[in-house]
Write a protein that binds this ligand. Structure first.
Ligand code: FVH
Length: 289
């Protein structure tokens, strides 16, 4: 059975979500603060609600995908009493604390709550490559997992509503770290006549792909510890060589700002006695307290 669904928010992502629900045969009602957005949805059979209240009362399953936590709060608070007995799925990017606060608020309104982290860009919605993390009400996830699968592979990460956001932001941290490194690399190579596409396709992508293979070993070391001296690429060696990245950047006229915090972390790890360990030894240093 295809449940009817409401989507609040028709930005790039909300529009992709609504399109995927429609493609999977779900009667879909949409609302957006600015009316008339994404007119292409009309010929796909979408129903447009003129008020948030009308949109919410059209479906038991209400998916919210707005800019940020503030916009979710200001949109939902005026129609809070309409949420009783419904399931609210919040796919807006936010923090674990925001997710837990919205989960408590939704429970006070008598609604089931799932918080979500979309690990996809709009073009990937409805396709095989993305996934969406969910946390919160296990009852809601069990009830709507099949419907939510229309968007991207659903992955439930726990009953604590904050866990989807925590995992989402951790994955985005890794992504931004990778992109920051790639942006720096391209800034560096562009100071010489090195074609960006050649560098990227022949060197950068193969190198990053090869280095990804070391992540499970890093996680294993974090989880199980490692014998001092067992590192194949010890931190003292890495810290000594890292200065060359900074110096070469400066020599080539490239701002080393993105690299400086990494050097500080490596130097600190060595100073605190972890020079014979691998990069995993730096992870506990990032945790406060
Ligand atoms: N697009 C992406 O690549 C990423 C992929 C991962 C998940 N993110 C998150 O999804 C949320 C929505 O992102 P989006 O791409 O749809 O964003 P926009 O195209 O900028 O649309 C924003 C929508 O939010 C509405 N909105 C903004 N402020 C308010 C408000 N105060 N009250 C009510 N609605 C508001 C806006 O409405 P309008 O400007 O058309 O009236 C759009 O519907 C986001 O959390 C990403 O981090 C996307």
């Amino acid at each position: 059975m295809t449940n009817s669904v409401t989507v609040l928010g028709l930005g790039a992502m909300g529009t992709a979500l609504a399109r995927a629900f429609l493609a999977a045969g779900h009667p879909t009602t949409v609302w957006n603060r600015t009316p008339g957005r994404s007119p292409e949805l009309d010929e796909l059979g979408v129903r447009r609600a003129t008020t948030v209240g009308d949109a919410v009362t059209s479906s038991r399953l209400v998916v919210v995908c707005l800019l940020d936590d503030d916009s979710v709060r200001t949109t939902l608070e005026p129609i809070a009493s309409e949420l009783a007995g419904r399931t609210l799925v919040n796919l807006t990017n936010g923090t674990p604390l925001q997710a837990r606060r919205t989960a408590d608020w939704a429970a006070q309104q008598g609604a089931e709550y799932l918080d979500g982290g979309i690990m996809a860009v709009p073009a990937m919605i409805g396709g095989p490559d993305g996934f969406v993390l969910y946390s919160g009400s296990p009852v809601a996830f069990e009830r709507y997992e099949g419907d939510l699968a229309a968007l991207a592979r659903p992955q439930y990460v726990g009953g604590d509503a904050g866990l989807a956001a925590l995992n989402d932001l951790a994955l985005l941290s890794a992504m931004y770290g990778m992109f920051a490194g790639a942006v720096h690399a391209l800034a560096l190579t562009s100071t010489e006549k090195i074609p960006p596409t050649k560098f990227t396709n022949e060197l950068l992508v193969p190198w990053l792909t090869a280095m990804l293979c070391s992540l499970p070993a890093m996680a294993d070391e974090l989880e199980n510890g490692a014998e001092p001296g067992s590192a194949g690429s010890n931190l003292a060696m890495q810290a000594a060589g890292f200065g060359n990245l900074i110096d070469a950047s400066t020599d080539q006229g490239v701002d080393p700002a993105l690299l400086l915090p990494v050097r500080a972390l490596l130097d600190r790890a060595v100073a605190e006695g972890h020079g014979d360990r691998d990069i995993a030894a730096a992870i506990p240093l990032l945790r406060k307290g």
